[in-house]
Design a protein around this ligand. Structure first.
Ligand code: PEP
Ligand code: MN
Length: 367
C-alpha cells in the first residue's frame, strides 16, 4: 500500500507572507523572565512567526534538567500576550497535550525521542482525536524513515491535517562534526513519500554548536525547506539545556539576514530555456551511464561463467582492492569527490557478487 497523507498547506494555519516559516525560542522555558524576555526580543526582529520552548524535556539521562512542567504554562500565556505570536511546545503524553491546549499553546511538536516509539505516538494520536491543532513531528533519533512515516500515519489517522515534519538530524554512532548527522536524503525521501508535507529544518539540534548553525540553515533553505526552527536564548551560555547550540535573539537575527533564500523557480524565460537544455543533456548522460552499467554487468556475467568452468571463487580480494583503489584515484583525477566513487564501487561490487552467485547457482542446476 502506497502511503498517502491528507495535509493542509502551511499558510492555512500560519501566515508567513509567502516566506519560509521561522520558529525560534529557547530550548527550555526556565524562568518567567527568561522566557518572556527571549520572546520579546525575538518578536522585535519582525521575522519570527512563532515562539518555541520546551516545558517537558525528554532527557537521555536522569538528573539533567527535565523542564519546569506545568509551572511554565502561565509564562507562555504572558509571552503570547506580550508578543502576539503563536507558541509551540513539545508534547510526549496525553497529559501534556491536555495541559498545553488548556493554556492556549497553538502548535504542538512530537520530539525525536517520542517518534521512535509507536506506542507513545499512538497514545498521542488518540489524545489528538477531535482536536484542531497543528502538529509537527520530528524525525526519530535513529535513521529509520518508516518510523517517521508511521508517526505521520498515526497522527493523520486521528484526523490531524495541519501537519509538518521537523528534520533535526540523526544519531548513527558514526563520527561527525555535528551533534546529529543531517542525512538530508532521509528528509528528501520523506518528501517524496508525502509531497504535500511541509518540512522544517532544525539546524540547532543538527549542529550542537553555534558555529555550524548558519551552514546548516543555509543547506535547508537550498533544499527548499518550508521553514526553520532555531533555539534562541537571552543568555545562551547560561542555558539549562543545550547551551552550546543556542543563539542570542540578536545573533539569530543576524543569521537570518545572512541566509540566502533562493527561488524554486524563476519567471525569467532565458533562465528556463537554459535550464531545460541542461536538463536534457543530463537526461542523455544518465542514459549513457545506465547503458555503461548494463554493459559492465554483462561482462561480469561472462566472467562468472568462466570462473564456474574453472572452479574459481567469486570473490577475489586482491582484484577488488585494486578495482576500488584505481577507480577512486581515477575519479579524483577527474575532479570527482573520491568518496563518491568509493561508495558507487561498493554498490557495484555488491551487485557484481550477487550476479555472479546467481550465475554460478543456475549453472549448477543445469549441469
Ligand atoms: C528540543 O527541540 O529541544 C528537543 C528536545 O529536540 P529533539 O527532540 O530534536 O531532541
Ligand atoms: Mn534543545
Amino acid at each position: 500500500m502506497k502511503p498517502s497523507l491528507e495535509v493542509l498547506p502551511l499558510n492555512s494555519w500560519i501566515d508567513t507572507n509567502g516566506k519560509p516559516l521561522i520558529i525560534a525560542g529557547p530550548c527550555s522555558a526556565e524562568t518567567e523572565e527568561q522566557l518572556v524576555e527571549t520572546a520579546r526580543q525575538l518578536s522585535r526582529l519582525g521575522t519570527v512567526h512563532a515562539i518555541r520552548a520546551g516545558v517537558w524535556k525528554p532527557r537521555t539521562r536522569p538528573g539533567s534538567f527535565e523542564g519546569m512542567g506545568k509551572e511554565a504554562l502561565p509564562w507562555i500565556q504572558r509571552a503570547k500576550e506580550e508578543t502576539g505570536l503563536p507558541f509551540a511546545v513539545e508534547v510526549a503524553t496525553p497529559e501534556h497535550i491536555e495541559l498545553a491546549l488548556k493554556y492556549g499553546v497553538d502548535i504542538l511538536w512530537v520530539g525525536a525521542r517520542t517518534t521512535v516509539n509507536p506506542f507513545n505516538v499512538q497514545e498521542i494520536a488518540d489524545a489528538l482525536r477531535g482536536v484542531d491543532v497543528p502538529v509537527l513531528v520530528k524525525n526519530p533519533v535513529n535513521p529509520d524513515l518508516a518510523l517517521w512515516i508511521g508517526a505521520f500515519e498515526r497522527i493523520a489517522g486521528a484526523g490531524i491535517t495541519k501537519l509538518a515534519a521537523i528534520h533535526r538530524g540523526f544519531s548513527t554512532g558514526e563520527a561527525s562534526k555535528y551533534r546529529n548527522i543531517p542525512l538530508w536524503q532521509m528528509a528528501i525521501e520523506l518528501k517524496s513519500t508525502f509531497p504535500d508535507l511541509p518540512i522544517i529544518g532544525d539546524p540547532s539540534h543538527m549542529a550542537g554548536k553555534r558555529a555550524y548553525l548558519q551552514e546548516l540553515a543555509q543547506m535547508a533553505m537550498d533544499l527548499n525547506y518550508d521553514g526553520l526552527i532555531v533555539e534562541s536564548h537571552i543568555d545562551p551560555d547560561k542555558a539549562w539545556s543545550d547551551a552550546a547550540q543556542q543563539l542570542t535573539p540578536a545573533a539569530f537575527g543576524e543569521m537570518l539576514e545572512h541566509l540566502h533564500i533562493r527561488n524554486v523557480d524563476s519567471p525569467n524565460v532565458d533562465f528556463k530555456g537554459a535550464m531545460e537544455q541542461i536538463r536534457q543533456k543530463i537526461d542523455n548522460v544518465d542514459r549513457q551511464l545506465i547503458e555503461v552499467l548494463a554493459a559492465r554487468m554483462a561482462l561480469v556475467e561472462k566472467l562468472a561463467e568462466y570462473k564456474k568452468e574453472n572452479n574459481v571463487t567469486i570473490f577475489q580480494p586482491d582484484r577488488w582492492k585494486e578495482v576500488h583503489e584505481s577507480r577512486a584515484k581515477l575519479g579524483k583525477k577527474m575532479g570527482l569527490y573520491p568518496e563518491l566513487v568509493e561508495e558507487i564501487y561498493k554498490i557495484i561490487h555488491m551487485e557484481s557478487i550477487r550476479k555472479q552467485t546467481e550465475v554460478m547457482n543456475s549453472n549448477e542446476q543445469s549441469a
